[in-house]
Design a protein around this ligand. Sequence first.
Ligand code: ZN
Length: 163
Amino acid sequence: MNAEKHFNPSALCRDESSRRLVAAAYEMIAERYVLARHQIGAALLDADGATHLGLHLDAMVGRAAVCAEAVALGVARMITRAPLVAVAAVRFPKPTEDEPARIVPPCGLCRELLLDHAPDLAAVISMDGIARRVPLSTLLPHKYVGTKWSADVAQSPPTSAPS
Ligand SMILES: [Zn+2]
């Protein structure tokens, strides 16, 4: 099966910004896919309308791997302090898999990380074959709240570098 022929963001997404994010994540991973190295691409939308891409980095030792969403978050924060609005990720199939690419939700670690940096972030997830935008916080009830950051920083990440 040709993954490109069967993955259609326009058919999956009902709103234009989700379609753009899913298409951006898909196009990047379709171009950068390498078996056992890069399988997922992510796209992160900021409040200024810019899209920041991230590529999953697999590793020999599984826990050393870095998710595409985490890479996209780092890329976004290198470029802008604008609030982050929405994230989407697409998994590209292995050559042995007879299935198209698919939208994947953030893993548990990424839910924690993304919500630490963007409490109001939405995630584009697939439900019954349709992409829907949901508040990421609904995918991680009772999120961990530590004492490392003050409560106001945890609620609203700093918008400028500390002086
Ligand atoms: Zn993850």
